[in-house]
Design a protein around this ligand. Structure first.
Ligand code: AP5
Ligand code: ZN
Length: 213
């Protein structure tokens, strides 16, 4: 099963991806997580991407498309995958389509999590993430079982550098100008399922499961 999670920054893509991994046993491909790992390792690509990410801007398409080509060719993607945070521009969506055609695979569903901008800022500024496995929590809406510790791997949770009100506003602007048009792109291909992302985490997970099962 090849799935894409679509939505604004902070819409809950990463949170839902974790439940899909557990249920379907397919890997999550988060371009944001891959970029943050490259920054941590101090690679030239990571250092270049950091400038854009700290500013709340999108990283150039050529870098992102290169990352996805590498990642989709890996063995664990053969059984399926969950795209999270990719594609984010029309050029990326077209490159993905061409790549998947070349590989002889198709997207099964694009799950769009719909959350209004007013709710996004509170979600993102209260977020705590796991630097090891990438899991997301929220101090109020989705707290970890043990305060400050990841439910999945036990690591100490941290706040992402770009999770401040100023950068979130810029990320939302990038989303509306560059990413939101992809909603129609996938709707026209009959792949899109629009979900109310303001419900509780569990209710959304159940809705996604019922769509995919
Ligand atoms: P990325 O890491 O992808 O960040 P993002 O899209 O901004 O998405 P988030 O990770 O912020 O949100 P999410 O939807 O996963 O929300 P989450 O589940 O954590 O990208 C970071 C940067 O990298 C970009 O700005 C860009 O520079 C670059 N980049 C990455 N990919 C790129 C690409 N393809 N092209 C170009 N540049 C790229 O949830 C958010 C919070 O809400 C959490 O605290 C969570 O606990 C809480 N929450 C989740 N669900 C609910 C719920 N139902 N109710 C209440 N709270 C909830
Ligand atoms: Zn973890």
């Amino acid at each position: 099963m090849n799935i894409m999670l679509f939505g604004a920054p902070g819409a809950g893509k990463g949170t839902q991806a974790k439940f899909l991994i557990e249920k379907y046993g397919i890997p999550q491909i988060s371009t944001g997580d891959i970029l943050r790992a490259a920054i941590k390792e101090g690679t030239p690509m990571g250092m270049e991407a950091k400038k854009y990410m700290d500013e709340g801007k999108l990283v150039p398409d050529s870098t992102i498309i290169g990352i996805i080509k590498d990642r989709l060719s890996q063995e664990d993607c053969k059984k399926g995958f969950i795209l999270d945070g990719f594609p984010r521009t029309l050029a990326q969506a077209e490159a993905l389509e061409a790549l998947m055609q070349e590989m002889g695979i198709k997207l099964d569903k694009v799950i769009s999590l719909n959350v209004p901008d007013e709710l996004i800022v509170g979600r993102v500024t209260g977020r705590k993430v796991c630097p090891v496995c990438g899991a997301s929590f929220h101090v109020e809406f989705n707290p970890p079982k043990v305060e400050g510790k990841c439910d999945y791997c036990g690591a100490d949770l941290i706040t992402r550098k770009d999770d401040n009100a100023e950068t979130v506003t810029k990320r939302l602007a990038e989303y509306h100008s560059q990413t939101a048009p992809l909603f129609d792109f996938y709707k026209s291909r009959n792949l899109l399922v629009d979900i109310d992302g303001t419900k509780e985490v569990k209710a959304i997970t159940e809705e996604i499961f019922s769509i995919l099962d």
